[in-house]
Design a protein around this ligand. Structure first.
Ligand SMILES: [Mg+2]
Length: 165
């Protein structure tokens, strides 16, 4: 797998098998907000996402939201609704916010995974930080204008990459 590719590609965050992650030695899950946990056209996360996060916590995972969204109030509101610590304006694909989240959780890099819906922010940030990544399909087709441009390249890069449904 290249440094520019996701470790895995899964249909949605709630389809990620938590037992499987735990068995791989993962103990922390870093999560993107927009279109990963909370659809871009809605203010709150779907119930299945909230219950997946609850199951993850029950299992013993440490969870943290790492969002590029610069609206601190939006990020903090969703994070608190979902019971997560959060970093906003994370500047992914730079790796620093992910490293900060792991320091906060006191979890080593190899025990963490970054989950997000964008190849060029979430996956690259994970890869640059030395953290395994899981790409998920965006929850909606609603994106910021510059994200829509990245999506064109993303679709090309992901051609032929199988997605776990
Ligand atoms: Mg996103």
């Amino acid at each position: 797998m290249s440094i520019f590719s996701p470790g895995r590609y899964v249909a949605s965050v709630d389809r990620i098998d938590l037992d499987d992650l735990w068995a791989q030695g993962k103990r922390a899950i870093l999560l993107d907000r927009d279109n990963t946990l909370v659809p871009r056209d809605r203010a709150t996360a779907p119930a299945e996402v909230a219950s997946w996060l609850d199951r993850a916590r029950e299992k013993g995972f440490s969870l943290y939201m790492v969002s590029n969204n610069w609206h601190r109030d939006q990020v903090e509101r969703s994070a608190s609704e979902l019971g997560l610590g959060s970093i906003c304006f994370a500047l992914k694909p730079l790796p620093f916010a992910l490293a900060r989240a792991l320091r906060h959780l006191d979890v080593p890099r190899d025990a963490a995974v970054m989950v997000g819906d964008q190849l060029y922010t979430d996956v690259w940030a994970g890869n640059f930080a030395g953290i395994d990544s899981i790409l998920v399909k965006p929850q909606t087709t609603v994106d910021l204008w510059y994200t829509q441009i990245f999506r064109i390249f993303e679709r090309r890069a992901l051609k032929g990459v199988p997605c776990e449904e």
